[in-house]
Design a protein around this ligand. Structure first.
Ligand SMILES: *Cc1c(COP(=O)(O)O)cnc(C)c1O
Length: 445
Protein backbone atom coordinates (compact mmCIF):
# COMPACT_ATOMS: atom_id res chain seq x y z
CA UNK A 1 0.00 0.00 0.00
CA UNK A 2 1.30 3.46 -0.85
CA UNK A 3 1.85 5.84 2.08
CA UNK A 4 -0.97 8.10 0.84
CA UNK A 5 -3.42 5.16 0.74
CA UNK A 6 -2.32 4.06 4.23
CA UNK A 7 -2.89 7.57 5.54
CA UNK A 8 -6.37 7.76 4.03
CA UNK A 9 -7.40 4.39 5.46
CA UNK A 10 -5.86 5.28 8.81
CA UNK A 11 -7.92 8.43 8.97
CA UNK A 12 -11.07 6.61 7.94
CA UNK A 13 -10.80 3.48 10.10
CA UNK A 14 -8.29 3.82 12.89
CA UNK A 15 -8.86 5.53 16.20
CA UNK A 16 -5.65 6.98 17.68
CA UNK A 17 -4.93 7.83 21.34
CA UNK A 18 -6.81 10.85 22.68
CA UNK A 19 -8.02 11.67 19.17
CA UNK A 20 -11.32 12.36 17.48
CA UNK A 21 -12.72 10.10 14.75
CA UNK A 22 -12.03 10.66 11.91
CA UNK A 23 -8.60 11.97 12.88
CA UNK A 24 -7.75 15.62 12.37
CA UNK A 25 -3.95 15.22 12.09
CA UNK A 26 -2.08 12.68 10.01
CA UNK A 27 0.20 10.39 12.07
CA UNK A 28 3.64 9.71 10.60
CA UNK A 29 3.92 6.22 9.10
CA UNK A 30 6.76 4.19 10.62
CA UNK A 31 8.17 1.47 8.40
CA UNK A 32 10.68 0.02 10.81
CA UNK A 33 12.81 0.93 13.80
CA UNK A 34 16.29 0.00 14.92
CA UNK A 35 18.43 1.17 17.83
CA UNK A 36 17.16 4.65 18.63
CA UNK A 37 15.93 5.41 15.10
CA UNK A 38 12.46 5.32 13.60
CA UNK A 39 12.41 4.85 9.82
CA UNK A 40 9.50 6.61 8.14
CA UNK A 41 7.62 5.50 5.02
CA UNK A 42 8.19 8.93 3.52
CA UNK A 43 10.26 11.92 4.54
CA UNK A 44 8.87 14.55 6.89
CA UNK A 45 10.61 17.93 6.91
CA UNK A 46 13.24 16.28 4.69
CA UNK A 47 13.96 13.49 7.20
CA UNK A 48 13.37 9.82 6.55
CA UNK A 49 14.81 8.81 9.94
CA UNK A 50 14.05 10.30 13.33
CA UNK A 51 15.94 9.78 16.60
CA UNK A 52 13.33 8.65 19.11
CA UNK A 53 13.16 10.97 22.12
CA UNK A 54 10.12 9.20 23.56
CA UNK A 55 11.14 5.52 23.93
CA UNK A 56 7.66 4.81 22.56
CA UNK A 57 5.89 6.25 25.58
CA UNK A 58 8.82 5.46 27.91
CA UNK A 59 8.82 1.72 27.24
CA UNK A 60 11.59 0.98 24.71
CA UNK A 61 14.43 1.59 27.15
CA UNK A 62 16.93 -0.59 25.25
CA UNK A 63 15.93 0.74 21.83
CA UNK A 64 14.36 -1.14 18.90
CA UNK A 65 15.37 -4.53 17.51
CA UNK A 66 17.77 -5.16 20.35
CA UNK A 67 19.57 -8.43 19.47
CA UNK A 68 19.09 -9.97 22.93
CA UNK A 69 15.37 -9.15 23.06
CA UNK A 70 14.85 -10.24 19.44
CA UNK A 71 16.57 -13.55 20.18
CA UNK A 72 14.46 -14.12 23.32
CA UNK A 73 11.32 -13.53 21.25
CA UNK A 74 12.44 -15.99 18.55
CA UNK A 75 13.37 -18.65 21.10
CA UNK A 76 10.01 -18.30 22.85
CA UNK A 77 8.12 -18.35 19.52
CA UNK A 78 9.78 -21.63 18.70
CA UNK A 79 8.23 -23.13 21.86
CA UNK A 80 4.87 -21.31 22.09
CA UNK A 81 3.75 -17.69 21.87
CA UNK A 82 0.85 -18.14 24.25
CA UNK A 83 -0.88 -20.58 26.54
CA UNK A 84 -3.64 -19.85 29.05
CA UNK A 85 -2.56 -19.18 32.64
CA UNK A 86 -5.50 -20.79 34.46
CA UNK A 87 -4.38 -24.26 35.53
CA UNK A 88 -1.18 -23.96 33.47
CA UNK A 89 2.14 -22.26 34.05
CA UNK A 90 5.48 -21.95 32.26
CA UNK A 91 9.13 -21.17 32.87
CA UNK A 92 9.13 -17.66 31.38
CA UNK A 93 6.43 -16.40 33.78
CA UNK A 94 7.83 -18.20 36.83
CA UNK A 95 11.34 -16.87 36.22
CA UNK A 96 10.02 -13.35 35.63
CA UNK A 97 7.92 -13.25 38.81
CA UNK A 98 10.79 -14.61 40.89
CA UNK A 99 13.09 -12.03 39.35
CA UNK A 100 10.69 -9.15 39.99
CA UNK A 101 10.29 -10.15 43.63
CA UNK A 102 14.11 -10.21 43.93
CA UNK A 103 14.85 -6.81 42.38
CA UNK A 104 11.93 -4.72 43.71
CA UNK A 105 11.93 -3.15 47.21
CA UNK A 106 12.03 -5.57 50.15
CA UNK A 107 8.78 -7.19 51.22
CA UNK A 108 7.11 -7.40 47.82
CA UNK A 109 6.84 -11.18 47.55
CA UNK A 110 4.02 -12.04 45.17
CA UNK A 111 3.34 -11.06 41.57
CA UNK A 112 0.10 -10.79 39.59
CA UNK A 113 0.77 -10.50 35.85
CA UNK A 114 -1.57 -8.57 33.59
CA UNK A 115 -1.64 -6.96 30.21
CA UNK A 116 -1.41 -3.20 30.65
CA UNK A 117 -0.51 -0.56 33.17
CA UNK A 118 -4.09 0.57 33.71
CA UNK A 119 -5.15 -3.00 34.46
CA UNK A 120 -2.27 -3.41 36.93
CA UNK A 121 -3.62 -0.31 38.73
CA UNK A 122 -7.12 -1.85 38.77
CA UNK A 123 -5.63 -5.02 40.23
CA UNK A 124 -3.67 -3.07 42.85
CA UNK A 125 -6.84 -1.26 43.94
CA UNK A 126 -8.86 -4.47 43.92
CA UNK A 127 -6.20 -6.08 46.13
CA UNK A 128 -6.41 -3.25 48.67
CA UNK A 129 -10.22 -3.09 48.75
CA UNK A 130 -10.42 -6.85 49.09
CA UNK A 131 -7.78 -6.87 51.82
CA UNK A 132 -9.98 -4.64 53.99
CA UNK A 133 -13.14 -6.56 53.05
CA UNK A 134 -11.44 -9.75 54.22
CA UNK A 135 -10.35 -8.00 57.41
CA UNK A 136 -14.00 -7.19 58.21
CA UNK A 137 -13.55 -3.48 57.37
CA UNK A 138 -15.80 -3.04 54.30
CA UNK A 139 -16.02 0.72 54.96
CA UNK A 140 -12.39 1.15 53.92
CA UNK A 141 -12.88 1.52 50.17
CA UNK A 142 -11.66 5.01 49.28
CA UNK A 143 -8.31 6.02 47.90
CA UNK A 144 -6.12 9.00 48.66
CA UNK A 145 -3.65 10.48 46.22
CA UNK A 146 -1.97 13.80 45.58
CA UNK A 147 -2.84 16.06 42.70
CA UNK A 148 -0.89 15.98 39.45
CA UNK A 149 -0.98 12.19 39.14
CA UNK A 150 -1.71 9.87 36.25
CA UNK A 151 -2.57 6.20 36.75
CA UNK A 152 -4.24 5.11 33.53
CA UNK A 153 -7.41 5.39 31.47
CA UNK A 154 -9.74 2.75 32.94
CA UNK A 155 -12.41 4.14 35.25
CA UNK A 156 -11.02 3.30 38.68
CA UNK A 157 -7.56 4.41 37.54
CA UNK A 158 -9.10 7.63 36.16
CA UNK A 159 -10.62 8.33 39.57
CA UNK A 160 -7.12 8.81 41.03
CA UNK A 161 -5.73 10.85 38.12
CA UNK A 162 -5.39 14.59 38.66
CA UNK A 163 -8.97 15.87 39.00
CA UNK A 164 -8.33 18.86 36.71
CA UNK A 165 -6.23 17.13 34.04
CA UNK A 166 -8.19 13.88 34.32
CA UNK A 167 -11.49 15.23 32.97
CA UNK A 168 -13.25 14.39 36.26
CA UNK A 169 -15.93 16.96 35.56
CA UNK A 170 -17.01 15.13 32.41
CA UNK A 171 -17.36 11.96 34.48
CA UNK A 172 -19.05 13.41 37.52
CA UNK A 173 -21.35 10.76 38.97
CA UNK A 174 -19.48 7.99 37.18
CA UNK A 175 -16.06 8.13 38.82
CA UNK A 176 -15.86 7.27 42.51
CA UNK A 177 -14.92 10.35 44.56
CA UNK A 178 -11.48 9.96 46.06
CA UNK A 179 -9.49 12.07 48.52
CA UNK A 180 -6.95 14.47 47.00
CA UNK A 181 -3.97 16.03 48.72
CA UNK A 182 -2.35 19.17 47.29
CA UNK A 183 0.36 18.89 44.65
CA UNK A 184 3.63 17.70 46.19
CA UNK A 185 6.08 20.65 46.34
CA UNK A 186 8.28 20.68 43.24
CA UNK A 187 11.89 19.58 43.13
CA UNK A 188 13.77 16.33 43.72
CA UNK A 189 16.43 18.31 45.63
CA UNK A 190 14.09 20.74 47.34
CA UNK A 191 14.05 19.01 50.71
CA UNK A 192 10.93 18.05 52.64
CA UNK A 193 8.51 20.90 53.36
CA UNK A 194 7.28 20.21 56.91
CA UNK A 195 3.99 21.99 56.19
CA UNK A 196 3.23 19.71 53.27
CA UNK A 197 4.31 16.62 55.23
CA UNK A 198 1.88 17.65 57.99
CA UNK A 199 -0.87 18.17 55.37
CA UNK A 200 -0.38 14.60 54.08
CA UNK A 201 -0.32 13.16 57.56
CA UNK A 202 -3.43 15.07 58.68
CA UNK A 203 -5.41 14.11 55.58
CA UNK A 204 -4.55 10.43 56.00
CA UNK A 205 -5.47 10.59 59.68
CA UNK A 206 -8.76 12.36 59.00
CA UNK A 207 -9.86 9.81 56.40
CA UNK A 208 -8.22 6.67 57.83
CA UNK A 209 -11.58 5.05 58.60
CA UNK A 210 -12.67 5.12 54.96
CA UNK A 211 -9.28 4.77 53.23
CA UNK A 212 -8.26 1.44 51.71
CA UNK A 213 -5.02 2.81 50.31
CA UNK A 214 -2.88 5.75 49.29
CA UNK A 215 -1.72 5.53 45.67
CA UNK A 216 1.05 7.72 44.22
CA UNK A 217 3.70 7.82 41.54
CA UNK A 218 6.92 7.96 43.58
CA UNK A 219 9.44 10.77 42.89
CA UNK A 220 8.33 11.54 39.32
CA UNK A 221 4.77 12.20 38.20
CA UNK A 222 4.47 11.39 34.50
CA UNK A 223 1.54 12.08 32.20
CA UNK A 224 -0.16 14.18 34.92
CA UNK A 225 2.46 16.92 34.48
CA UNK A 226 6.05 15.59 34.44
CA UNK A 227 6.84 16.89 37.95
CA UNK A 228 9.51 15.71 40.37
CA UNK A 229 9.36 15.79 44.16
CA UNK A 230 11.61 14.95 47.09
CA UNK A 231 11.79 11.23 48.00
CA UNK A 232 11.27 12.19 51.64
CA UNK A 233 7.52 12.49 51.00
CA UNK A 234 7.46 8.75 50.35
CA UNK A 235 8.79 8.18 53.88
CA UNK A 236 6.10 10.52 55.20
CA UNK A 237 3.43 8.50 53.36
CA UNK A 238 4.92 5.20 54.52
CA UNK A 239 4.91 6.15 58.15
CA UNK A 240 1.45 7.80 58.06
CA UNK A 241 -0.04 4.77 56.29
CA UNK A 242 1.56 2.27 58.68
CA UNK A 243 0.45 4.25 61.71
CA UNK A 244 -3.17 4.71 60.58
CA UNK A 245 -3.82 1.30 59.04
CA UNK A 246 -3.89 2.33 55.39
CA UNK A 247 -2.19 0.41 52.56
CA UNK A 248 0.35 2.15 50.31
CA UNK A 249 0.50 1.62 46.53
CA UNK A 250 3.42 2.88 44.43
CA UNK A 251 2.64 3.15 40.74
CA UNK A 252 6.10 2.65 39.20
CA UNK A 253 4.77 2.03 35.69
CA UNK A 254 6.69 5.08 34.42
CA UNK A 255 9.51 5.26 36.97
CA UNK A 256 10.51 1.57 37.22
CA UNK A 257 13.63 0.03 35.68
CA UNK A 258 16.09 2.84 36.20
CA UNK A 259 14.41 5.84 34.57
CA UNK A 260 14.86 8.23 37.52
CA UNK A 261 18.38 7.09 38.40
CA UNK A 262 17.38 4.41 40.93
CA UNK A 263 16.28 0.96 39.79
CA UNK A 264 12.87 1.78 41.28
CA UNK A 265 11.94 5.29 42.40
CA UNK A 266 11.06 3.89 45.84
CA UNK A 267 14.77 3.07 46.23
CA UNK A 268 15.54 6.82 46.40
CA UNK A 269 13.64 6.82 49.69
CA UNK A 270 14.52 3.34 50.92
CA UNK A 271 10.81 2.71 51.37
CA UNK A 272 8.69 -0.32 50.43
CA UNK A 273 5.03 0.00 49.50
CA UNK A 274 2.47 -2.72 50.24
CA UNK A 275 1.55 -2.94 46.58
CA UNK A 276 3.48 -1.87 43.49
CA UNK A 277 2.56 -1.54 39.82
CA UNK A 278 5.01 -2.12 36.97
CA UNK A 279 4.48 -1.81 33.22
CA UNK A 280 5.78 0.22 30.29
CA UNK A 281 9.52 -0.76 30.21
CA UNK A 282 8.82 -4.17 31.80
CA UNK A 283 8.93 -5.98 28.43
CA UNK A 284 11.44 -3.55 26.93
CA UNK A 285 8.75 -1.80 24.88
CA UNK A 286 8.20 -4.91 22.72
CA UNK A 287 4.82 -6.05 24.02
CA UNK A 288 2.18 -4.96 26.48
CA UNK A 289 2.92 -6.47 29.88
CA UNK A 290 2.35 -5.23 33.42
CA UNK A 291 2.59 -6.60 36.92
CA UNK A 292 1.14 -5.91 40.35
CA UNK A 293 3.34 -6.96 43.26
CA UNK A 294 2.24 -7.23 46.88
CA UNK A 295 3.48 -8.18 50.31
CA UNK A 296 2.84 -11.55 51.99
CA UNK A 297 0.55 -9.72 54.40
CA UNK A 298 -1.71 -8.37 51.64
CA UNK A 299 -1.81 -11.76 49.90
CA UNK A 300 -2.58 -13.73 53.04
CA UNK A 301 -5.18 -11.17 54.12
CA UNK A 302 -7.03 -11.62 50.82
CA UNK A 303 -6.63 -15.38 50.72
CA UNK A 304 -7.82 -15.80 54.32
CA UNK A 305 -11.09 -13.93 53.69
CA UNK A 306 -14.64 -15.03 52.84
CA UNK A 307 -13.81 -14.65 49.15
CA UNK A 308 -10.44 -16.37 49.36
CA UNK A 309 -9.28 -15.62 45.82
CA UNK A 310 -8.32 -12.53 43.86
CA UNK A 311 -11.12 -12.51 41.29
CA UNK A 312 -9.12 -11.30 38.31
CA UNK A 313 -7.71 -13.21 35.34
CA UNK A 314 -6.96 -11.55 32.02
CA UNK A 315 -7.18 -13.87 29.00
CA UNK A 316 -3.58 -13.14 28.07
CA UNK A 317 -2.29 -13.24 31.65
CA UNK A 318 1.34 -14.32 31.83
CA UNK A 319 1.73 -14.27 28.04
CA UNK A 320 4.89 -16.35 27.45
CA UNK A 321 6.22 -14.21 24.61
CA UNK A 322 5.93 -11.03 26.68
CA UNK A 323 7.43 -12.73 29.76
CA UNK A 324 10.38 -14.12 27.78
CA UNK A 325 11.14 -10.68 26.38
CA UNK A 326 10.73 -9.13 29.85
CA UNK A 327 13.31 -11.57 31.22
CA UNK A 328 15.69 -10.58 28.43
CA UNK A 329 15.01 -6.86 29.03
CA UNK A 330 15.91 -7.29 32.70
CA UNK A 331 19.05 -9.25 31.73
CA UNK A 332 20.11 -6.40 29.47
CA UNK A 333 19.33 -3.75 32.08
CA UNK A 334 21.21 -5.48 34.90
CA UNK A 335 24.06 -7.01 32.90
CA UNK A 336 24.14 -5.66 29.36
CA UNK A 337 25.61 -2.17 29.84
CA UNK A 338 29.41 -2.34 30.14
CA UNK A 339 29.58 0.29 32.89
CA UNK A 340 26.23 -0.66 34.41
CA UNK A 341 22.83 0.96 33.76
CA UNK A 342 23.55 3.55 36.45
CA UNK A 343 26.40 4.94 34.36
CA UNK A 344 24.14 5.25 31.30
CA UNK A 345 21.44 7.07 33.25
CA UNK A 346 24.07 9.39 34.81
CA UNK A 347 25.53 10.06 31.35
CA UNK A 348 22.10 10.82 29.90
CA UNK A 349 21.18 13.01 32.89
CA UNK A 350 24.38 15.05 32.41
CA UNK A 351 23.71 15.30 28.65
CA UNK A 352 20.15 16.48 29.23
CA UNK A 353 21.31 19.10 31.76
CA UNK A 354 23.91 20.43 29.32
CA UNK A 355 21.63 20.22 26.29
CA UNK A 356 18.44 21.58 27.82
CA UNK A 357 19.86 24.05 30.35
CA UNK A 358 20.16 26.93 27.83
CA UNK A 359 16.46 26.49 26.97
CA UNK A 360 15.62 28.29 30.23
CA UNK A 361 16.34 31.54 28.37
CA UNK A 362 14.06 30.79 25.42
CA UNK A 363 10.89 32.88 25.09
CA UNK A 364 7.86 31.18 26.61
CA UNK A 365 9.86 28.62 28.63
CA UNK A 366 8.73 28.65 32.26
CA UNK A 367 10.85 25.82 33.65
CA UNK A 368 13.54 23.33 32.68
CA UNK A 369 13.91 20.21 34.80
CA UNK A 370 15.91 17.02 34.53
CA UNK A 371 15.91 13.88 36.66
CA UNK A 372 17.70 10.73 35.54
CA UNK A 373 16.81 10.06 31.91
CA UNK A 374 13.85 12.48 31.94
CA UNK A 375 14.19 15.99 30.52
CA UNK A 376 11.30 18.46 30.60
CA UNK A 377 10.63 21.96 29.28
CA UNK A 378 7.50 23.51 30.70
CA UNK A 379 6.16 26.43 28.69
CA UNK A 380 4.04 29.31 29.94
CA UNK A 381 1.40 28.39 27.34
CA UNK A 382 -0.08 25.35 25.61
CA UNK A 383 2.17 23.63 23.10
CA UNK A 384 1.19 23.88 19.44
CA UNK A 385 1.66 20.15 18.96
CA UNK A 386 1.76 20.18 15.16
CA UNK A 387 4.30 23.03 14.99
CA UNK A 388 6.42 21.54 17.77
CA UNK A 389 6.46 18.08 16.19
CA UNK A 390 7.46 19.50 12.80
CA UNK A 391 10.23 21.62 14.30
CA UNK A 392 11.65 18.59 16.14
CA UNK A 393 11.43 16.50 12.95
CA UNK A 394 13.39 19.18 11.13
CA UNK A 395 16.19 18.47 13.65
CA UNK A 396 15.74 14.74 12.97
CA UNK A 397 13.99 14.00 16.27
CA UNK A 398 10.68 12.40 17.25
CA UNK A 399 8.89 14.11 20.14
CA UNK A 400 5.27 14.05 21.28
CA UNK A 401 4.61 17.03 23.56
CA UNK A 402 1.36 17.50 25.51
CA UNK A 403 -0.38 20.34 27.34
CA UNK A 404 2.37 22.88 28.16
CA UNK A 405 5.15 20.26 28.21
CA UNK A 406 7.88 19.38 25.72
CA UNK A 407 9.84 16.50 27.16
CA UNK A 408 12.11 13.60 26.35
CA UNK A 409 12.58 10.18 27.91
CA UNK A 410 15.20 8.74 25.57
CA UNK A 411 16.17 5.06 25.33
CA UNK A 412 19.13 4.22 27.59
CA UNK A 413 21.15 3.22 24.50
CA UNK A 414 21.03 6.77 23.11
CA UNK A 415 24.59 7.86 22.28
CA UNK A 416 25.94 11.31 23.13
CA UNK A 417 25.54 12.69 19.62
CA UNK A 418 21.95 11.52 19.32
CA UNK A 419 21.27 12.91 22.79
CA UNK A 420 22.52 16.36 21.70
CA UNK A 421 20.29 16.07 18.67
CA UNK A 422 17.29 15.27 20.90
CA UNK A 423 18.05 18.33 23.05
CA UNK A 424 18.26 20.47 19.90
CA UNK A 425 14.90 19.02 18.85
CA UNK A 426 13.33 19.89 22.21
CA UNK A 427 14.62 23.46 21.97
CA UNK A 428 13.48 23.82 18.36
CA UNK A 429 10.03 22.55 19.37
CA UNK A 430 9.83 25.15 22.15
CA UNK A 431 10.89 27.94 19.78
CA UNK A 432 8.36 26.84 17.16
CA UNK A 433 5.46 27.40 19.51
CA UNK A 434 6.86 30.46 21.29
CA UNK A 435 5.18 32.69 18.68
CA UNK A 436 1.78 31.09 18.33
CA UNK A 437 0.48 29.92 21.68
CA UNK A 438 -2.92 28.22 21.56
CA UNK A 439 -4.36 29.35 24.83
CA UNK A 440 -7.32 27.72 26.48
CA UNK A 441 -7.75 25.03 23.88
CA UNK A 442 -7.65 21.61 25.53
CA UNK A 443 -4.97 19.39 24.03
CA UNK A 444 -3.99 15.97 25.25
CA UNK A 445 -1.31 13.43 24.50
C1 LIG B 1 1.30 4.85 31.42
C2 LIG B 1 0.95 4.79 32.85
C3 LIG B 1 -0.15 4.04 33.30
C4 LIG B 1 -1.08 3.32 32.36
O1 LIG B 1 -0.45 2.28 31.67
P1 LIG B 1 -1.10 1.72 30.31
O2 LIG B 1 -0.20 0.59 29.93
O3 LIG B 1 -1.11 2.85 29.34
O4 LIG B 1 -2.48 1.28 30.65
C5 LIG B 1 -0.41 4.02 34.66
N1 LIG B 1 0.39 4.68 35.54
C6 LIG B 1 1.46 5.39 35.13
C7 LIG B 1 2.31 6.06 36.16
C8 LIG B 1 1.78 5.49 33.78
O5 LIG B 1 2.82 6.23 33.40
Amino acid sequence: MLPAELSDLDRKRVWHPYAPMPGTSAPLIVESASGVRLRLAEPVEGRRELVDGMSSWWAAIHGYRHPVLDEAARAQLARMSHVMFGGLTHGSAVRLCDRLAEITPAGLEHVFLCDSGSVSVEVAIKMCLQYWLSAGRPGKRKLLTWRGGYHGDTFMAMSVCDPDGGMHRAWDGVLPRQVFADLPPAGFDAGVDPGYAAHLDALIEAHAGELAAVIVEPVAQGAGGMRFHHPGYLRVLRSACSQRGVLLIFDEIATGFGRTGALFAADHAGVSPDVMCLGKALAGGYLSLAATLCTAEVASGISGGDLPVLAHGPTFMGNPLACAIANAAIDVLLGGYPGGWQAEIARIEAGLRTGLGPAADLPGVADVRVLGAVGVLQLDHQVDIAAATRAAAREGVWLRPFRDLIYTMPPYVTGDEDLSRICAGVQAAALACAQGPQRGKPQVS
